[in-house]
Design a protein around this ligand. Structure first.
Ligand code: GAR
Length: 206
């Protein structure tokens, strides 16, 4: 049986958001357990770190597979591990309607911009090139569209005149590490509901 307090982390690269979540779980700041870490890319540093930390860390390569064909493999692994909340942490793939239907309102993603601004790749560069003065990061539920789905939490971060994509990304990433764990805790508390596109916080049990 799936259990919301069993997390499945999906990543494709560096894995710093995964590490921040894992640190907070280890410190007792997130009342959950990381049941499995899955990467679609071989040699993802995040996957190697998950192995080092003793997690069930699995490479499920996506290369050459149709989207849904791949997603069926991942969903099977998540179900085998009784995962109840899926956290995309730099998982650079769109999910199929099949995947989304298997975990309704149980998939989170983090994006380095204030959605719906700057979805897709290189959101920090997009923000700089557009000339916005404020950007940030967003944790949202995942649906089958790119960086869409109801927003759980956002944080605003000023864009400074001397920012480069690198300096801006570093400041956003710092906030991502805090925001993702906070959003996971909101969802785990059960004190929320979705109205249209809005995630409304409720009293516990309300
Ligand atoms: C993070 O900045 C995350 O917000 C971004 O990829 C990076 C992954 O870093 N995700 C997206 O752009 C999703 N559209 P990490 O591997 O160190 O967590």
């Amino acid at each position: 049986m799936a259990n919301t307090h069993r997390l499945g982390i999906l990543l494709s690269g560096r894995g710093s958001n995964f590490m921040a979540i894992a640190d907070n779980v280890a410190a007792g700041k997130i009342p959950a357990e990381i049941a499995v870490v899955i990467s679609n890319r071989p040699n993802a540093p995040g996957l190697e770190e998950a192995q080092r930390r003793g997690f069930d860390a699995r490479l499920i390569p996506s290369k050459g597979l149709e989207r849904e064909q791949y997603d069926r493999l991942v969903v099977e692994a998540l179900k085998e591990k009784q995962v109840g909340l899926v956290c995309l942490a730099g998982f650079m793939r769109l999910l199929s309607p099949y995947f989304v239907s298997q975990f309704p309102n149980r998939i989170l993603n983090i994006h380095p911009a204030l959605l719906p601004a700057f979805p897709g790749l290189e959101a920090q560069r997009q923000a700089l090139e557009h000339g916005v003065k404020i950007t940030g990061c967003t944790v949202h539920f995942v649906d089958e569209n790119l960086d869409a789905g109801p927003i759980v939490l956002q944080t605003a971060i000023p864009v400074l005149d001397y920012d480069t994509p690198e300096t801006l990304s570093a400041r956003i990433l710092n906030e991502e590490h805090r925001l993702y764990s906070e959003a996971i805790n909101v969802i785990l508390s059960g004190a929320w509901r979705i109205e249209g596109r809005r995630v409304i916080r409720t009293e516990i049990g309300g």
